[in-house]
Design a protein around this ligand. Structure first.
Ligand SMILES: C[S@@+](CC[C@H](N)C(=O)[O-])C[C@H]1O[C@@H](n2cnc3c(N)ncnc32)[C@H](O)[C@@H]1O
Length: 477
C-alpha cells in the first residue's frame, strides 16, 4: 500500500560520495541475492544494496530498479529490516550511480523498521547518519520515522494493519468450508434446491451435474484448456460421459427394460438413457433428495417429450422399491454425498435384479495404505465440507462393499481420472469466456468465487492422486 506522505523537514545530514569518512565495501546479503556496498560513515553505517532477483532484473531491463539502504551496527552486521529505498529509474544504473542518486534525489523512498513502513515521495534530501552517531541504527531509524511524519506513520501503520487483517480474514473465510454436510438436516437436498433455483449451474453445466469425458484425441488437441476450451464443448463432454459410462456398464440395450438412476440431479443422464442409450424400450426412474431437482427433471422430460423418464424425491439409503426391481442401476456422482456408503451399496444391490448391472461413477480418495498424511487429510476435509460431502472412500473400498453384500458378484474397477480431470478447469474457462450470467447477478458472485476455488482445489487433488475418479461395474449374482 503506497501512501503519499507529507514531507516534514528533517534533521538530516547529507552524505556525499566525496565524504572523507565514506568507505565502500561489497558483500552479499542473504535473501536478496544482491550485491551490497557498505558506506561507512562512522556509526551506524549504511549499506546500499542492489537487488538482482528476477523481478528486479526484469525491471532493470525495463529501466526500473531498486535500491535498499541498510543500517549496520558498529560490528558491521547488517540489519536488513531497517531502511529501504525504492527508486524508479529509466535506465539501468551502476552501484555508484545508484548510491549517488539515492543520496541526492529519490523519486520514492520507503523506510522500514520492524513492523513499521513509511513511504515518501520526492525526498529532497537523503537520510543520513546523524552526527550524534552514538545512536544505534534501529533507534535512529525509529526516531527518523517519527520525525518524518507522525500522522502519516500512524495512518500508514493503521492502514497496513487493516490491510493485513483483511487479507488474513479473506483467506480464513475462503479456507473455511461454507456448505458442510450436516447429518439429519437434508443439507444435500437443500443445497441442490438452491443450485437449481439459481439456474447458474444449469446454465454452465447443462442438464448434467457430473464431469465430462475427454478421450486421448480431445486431450491431444488441448480440449478443456484455456486456449482449447472450444475444442470440445463443455456440455457435449458430459453427454459423451453418459455414453461412455453406458458402454462401460456392458449392459445389453435389448435386455434392459427398467433403469434406476440413483441421485439423478435434474435428470440429464436419465433422459439420455431413456432416449438414446437404452431408448424408449425402457422405463427410467430417477431419484434425488432435492424437490427442486425432481420438479425440474420432470419438466424437462415433458418439454423434451421423453415420457419414459420420471423423477421423484427419495432417499437412496432407504428406497421404497421392491427387491430385484431393475435391470440396470445407474449411480453417477451421488456416492460422494452418502453418509453411509455401505448402506448405499447394499440398497442398490438389493433393488438390482440378479444378472442385472450396477454401474457407478464417483469421486474417490486414494486407497490406503499408505496412510493419509496430515496435509492430505486437511485438503480432503475442505473438499468434503465445501460441497456437502460427509466423506469419500476409495474405489477399491466400493468393490469390497459389493463383495461383502453379494459374494460372487462380478466386480470390475477402473480409474477415469485421465478422461475427466480437465473438466474441473474447463468449468472455470466456461465462466471466463461467458461471464455475463454471473456478473449480472451480484448476489451469486461470492458463491461463484467459492465454487471456482473449490473446482481448482479438486483439480489439484486429482492431479496429485489424492483423489481418483472411480468407476465400478457389477453384475449381480
Ligand atoms: C452431483 S449430483 C449428480 C446428479 C446426476 N447423477 C447427474 O449426473 O447429473 C448428486 C445427486 O445425488 C443426489 N443425492 C445425494 N444424496 C442422495 C440420497 N441420499 N438419496 C438420493 N439422492 C441423493 C443429489 O440430490 C443430487 O441429485
Amino acid at each position: 500500500m503506497m501512501m503519499m506522505m507529507m514531507h516534514t523537514p528533517l534533521p538530516v545530514q547529507h552524505l556525499s560520495s566525496s565524504s572523507s569518512s565514506l568507505n565502500i565495501s561489497t558483500k552479499r546479503t542473504a535473501g536478496s541475492g544482491g550485491e551490497a556496498k557498505s558506506i561507512f560513515t562512522g556509526s551506524p553505517k549504511l549499506v546500499l544494496t542492489t537487488f538482482s532477483n528476477n523481478r528486479t532484473r526484469r525491471r532493470r531491463k525495463e529501466g526500473g530498479g531498486r535500491a535498499r539502504a541498510l543500517a549496520a551496527d558498529r560490528n558491521n552486521s547488517v540489519d536488513k529490516a531497517v531502511l529501504q529505498i525504492e527508486r524508479k529509474q529509466q535506465q539501468p544504473r551502476s552501484i555508484d550511480t545508484l548510491r549517488n542518486e539515492a543520496l541526492g534525489q529519490l523519486s520514492s523512498t520507503t523506510i522500514s523498521t520492524k513492523g513499521t513502513e513509511l513511504t515518501g515521495k520526492k525526498f529532497a534530501g537523503f537520510i543520513a547518519v546523524p552526527s550524534q552517531a552514538q545512536a544505534n541504527s534501529r533507534s535512529f531509524i525509529a526516531e527518523y520515522c517519527r520525525n518524518i511524519n507522525h500522522g502519516s506513520q500512524a495512518a500508514f501503520s493503521f492502514g497496513g494493519i487493516l490491510l493485513a487483517a483483511s487479507l488474513v480474514k479473506i483467506k480464513n473465510v475462503l479456507d473455511t468450508p461454507s456448505r458442510t454436510y450436516v447429518q439429519g438436516e437434508n443439507t444435500v437436498g437443500n443445497e441442490y434446491d438452491a443450485w437449481t433455483k439459481e439456474e447458474i449451474l444449469e446454465y454452465y453445466w447443462g442438464e448434467h451435474i457430473h464431469l465430462g469425458y475427454y478421450n486421448d484425441d480431445d486431450l491431444a488437441k488441448g480440449a478443456g484448456t484455456l486456449l482449447g476450451h472450444k475444442v470440445k464443448d463443455f456440455i457435449e463432454a458430459k453427454e459423451d460421459f453418459v455414453d461412455e459410462m453406458f458402454k462401460f456398464s456392458k449392459a445389453e440395450k435389448s435386455k434392459v427394460t427398467s433403469v434406476l438412476d440413483v441421485g439423478c440431479g435434474i435428470g440429464g443422464a436419465s433422459r439420455r438413457l431413456a432416449s438414446v442409450c437404452v431408448g424408449s424400450g425402457a422405463q427410467v426412474t430417477g431419484i434425488t433428495l432435492s424437490q427442486e431437482q425432481a420438479k425440474r427433471a420432470n419438466d424437462l422430460a415433458k418439454s423434451q417429450n421423453i415420457p419414459n423418464a420420471k423423477f421423484e424425491v427419495m432417499d437412496a439409503l432407504n428406497m421404497s422399491f421392491a427387491d430385484n426391481s431393475f435391470d440396470l442401476v445407474w449411480a453417477c456422482e451421488s456416492g460422494e454425498h452418502m453418509p453411509d456408503k455401505k448402506k448405499y451399496v447394499e440398497e442398490m444391490m438389493r433393488v438390482l435384479k440378479p444378472g442385472g448391472s450396477l454401474v457407478l461413477a464417483t469421486w474417490c480418495q486414494r486407497e490406503t495404505p499408505p496412510e493419509l498424511t496430515k496435509v492430505e487429510k486437511s485438503q480432503l476435509q475442505f473438499l468434503y465440507d465445501e460441497w456437502a460431502h460427509p466423506y469419500f472412500i476409495s474405489i477399491q473400498e466400493y468393490g469390497r462393499l459389493v463383495e461383502a453384500c453379494n459374494p460372487g458378484a462380478a466386480v470390475t474397477l477402473d480409474d477415469w481420472t485421465k478422461q475427466t480431470i480437465v473438466s474441473w478447469r474447463h468449468s472455470i474457462w466456461a465462466g471466463v469466456y461467458d461471464p455475463l450470467p454471473v456478473f449480472t447477478r451480484p448476489k451469486i458472485w461470492y458463491k461463484t468465487l467459492r465454487d471456482i476455488i473449490c473446482l481448482e482445489r479438486m483439480q489439484r487433488a486429482f492431479k496429485r492422486k489424492l483423489m481418483v475418479y472411480g468407476m465400478m461395474r457389477v453384475v449381480k449374482k
